[in-house]
Design a binder for this molecule. Structure first.
Ligand code: SF4
Ligand code: SF3
Length: 542
């Protein structure tokens, strides 16, 4: 196996024996093959579009789901991935028959094999199949960005919002990662175009979420526990949460959020459920310890899943793109109501969660909420009460080096406000950082995809202050990344012209020295230094 798509990749270079995330070589092989056949399918759909033929939503959804399955910490179930490869090959064969011009199709578009051939094929189509390290680096950067875009599209699709342009671009770009005639410059341009569609994808999801559930608003979320049995919901899929809340109403079972599901509490529509109890635990990487103590069933709607300990394996359920061998999976097509009755039955027989924390945390500063506070914020900037904003969005992870973010937040001067989104916030969202004239010093917009809100906020401030360039705002970026959703957020920011983003705790292993240089020279991207140095550099602290 060879995988280097996440920040925790072995030795900062690549997982070659087994994944640091728990992904075994036999699962990695099927993920590689799934990517390969999905790229092949995308070549065919792109060619069909060129011939003026329409591609069905089902096919678009298959492509996005396939990419989602291969995101870090989503799916460890080899059998499930094999079934997906077979389905993809079947769909591709059918579409190939509709294609008039089959000349010059790449091998991935034509390859078909049965299960006995999968492992041999997988061995020749992984990341290292591209020999030139710069082309490989750009192909992977684009592919990982597309995985993030696919994940966000999937959540919008589950709320019955589709955007054919995004799907068409996604498939065209996937196809282009197989095209040997493209140069480094072509691929750099495609990388930025991926960022443009990243903005569109986040906008689509924002629209889907806010139309369905209202605009997030300032909310205090309880982090303690109640006395009833509970179900813990993790991941990013709000539609799954909604179905579970509906089905648990009146059953005596409470529902708690975990990690990236925390921002669900900020949406008005979920406030009517009196059994929607609060948030339990922290970011994804602490789940082995915290799921054990939760005592009830846990539903993983997306990444990040850590392969479970035996002590709670029978309480871990997956749905959507997630899968863990030996854990039960709940199916359900978009637009259908999933049946969570078995999880609810299990919960009824479980003790209430063991309390691990108490108190509340505050969040809900997505774009509309912030716009209502805009006058106050602008005044605070004009009077100097707020010196700077620092965007600390992104992912959390288990590496010790990430303590940097906690320390950085703690040591920020009291006139600096943190804008956050994603699970990165768990490094500092329980610190007492106070407020500036009633504006909390940590403004949490929501999930990683709600980085879109941070962009809208920045654009609004640019307009209010009459600036031409977003980079002239008193705003700096110190972003933490881990998996591929952070890659699409990063590409989206680059597309919008944001410069001098600091990215840590380490730069991606998939950036070759030359590609890293392109990012440094054109966008001023940098890694992180010591807290001391970065406070000086970013905030101007002496
Ligand atoms: Fe390694 Fe990350 Fe790939 Fe897992 S997802 S195998 S930890 S690089
Ligand atoms: Fe976290 Fe996995 Fe990325 Fe949506 S839950 S931010 S790491």
């Amino acid at each position: 196996m060879f995988c280097y798509q996440c920040q925790e990749t072995a030795g900062g270079k690549g997982c070659a024996v087994s994944g640091v995330c728990g992904k075994k070589p036999e699962v990695a092989a099927m993920q590689d093959l799934l990517i390969y056949v999905t790229k092949g399918l995308s070549v065919v759909t792109t060619a069909l579009r060129t011939e003026g033929k329409e591609i069905s939503r089902e096919v678009n959804h298959l492509v996005t789901m396939n990419l989602f399955v291969t995101i870090t910490n989503a799916n460890f179930d080899r059998t499930a991935i094999i079934e997906t490869i077979k389905r993809t090959l079947d769909v591709k064969q059918e579409l190939l028959m509709q294609l008039a011009d089959k000349e010059a199709l790449p091998e991935a578009a034509l390859w078909n094999g049965d299960e006995t051939e999968f492992d041999a094929k997988a061995a020749s189509v992984g990341v290292l199949a591209t020999e030139n390290e710069d082309i490989r680096s750009l192909r992977e950067l684009i592919t990982y960005g597309l995985k993030g875009l696919a994940a966000y599209s999937k959540h919008a699709n589950a709320l019955l919002h589709d955007n054919e342009q995004i799907d068409a671009f996604l498939q065209d770009a996937l196809a282009k990662t197989l095209d040997d005639s493209l140069t480094v410059d072509d691929l750099v341009a495609l990388t930025l175009e991926t960022g443009k569609y990243g903005v569109d994808g986040m906008a689509l999801l924002d629209k889907a979420n806010t139309e369905a559930y209202g605009n997030p608003e300032l909310t205090n979320v309880d982090i303690g526990v109640r006395n009833n049995p509970g179900i813990l919901v993790s991941g990013h899929d709000l539609r799954d949460l909604e179905m579970l809340l509906e089905q648990t109403a009146g059953t005596g079972v409470d529902v708690y959020t975990h990690s990236e599901m925390l921002p669900a509490h900020y949406y008005p529509a979920f406030k009517k459920y009196t059994h929607f109890a609060g948030n339990y635990g922290n970011a994804w990487w602490k789940q082995k310890e915290e799921f054990d103590k939760f005592n009830g069933p846990i539903l993983m709607t997306t990444n990040c899943v850590v392969p479970p300990a035996e002590s709670y394996k029978d309480r871990l359920w997956t749905t959507g793109a997630t899968g863990v061998p030996g854990c039960r999976h709940i199916d359900g097509a978009y637009g259908e109501v999933k049946d969570f009755s078995k999880i609810i039955e299990q919960a009824k027989g479980c003790p209430a969660p063991t309390q691990i924390e108490s108190g509340t945390i505050i969040g809900g500063f997505a774009h509309e909420q912030l716009f209502t506070l805009a006058d106050k914020v602008v005044d605070a900037v004009k009077t100097g009460a707020i010196r700077k904003f620092v965007v600390m969005a992104g992912c959390d992870g288990r590496q010790k080096a990430r303590e940097y973010y906690k320390e950085f937040a703690e040591r920020l001067p009291k006139d600096v406000v943190i804008l956050t989104a994603g699970c990165a916030k768990y490094k500092y969202n329980k610190l007492e950082l106070g407020d500036i004239g009633g504006i909390p010093r940590i403004l949490d917009a929501g999930q990683c995809n709600d980085s879109y809100s941070l962009v809208l906020i920045a654009l609004k401030l640019k307009e209010i202050f009459g600036l031409d360039d977003i980079n002239d705002l008193p705003l700096v970026f110190n972003i933490a990344w881990y998996e591929q959703k952070a890659v699409i957020v990063l590409l989206a920011l680059l597309y919008l012209g944001v410069k001098n983003i600091h990215l840590g705790p380490t730069l991606p292993a998939f950036l070759s020295p030359n590609v890293a240089n392109v990012l440094v020279e054109n966008f001023g991207i940098a890694g992180i230094g010591t807290v001391e140095d970065d406070l000086h550099l970013l905030i101007g602290e002496a």
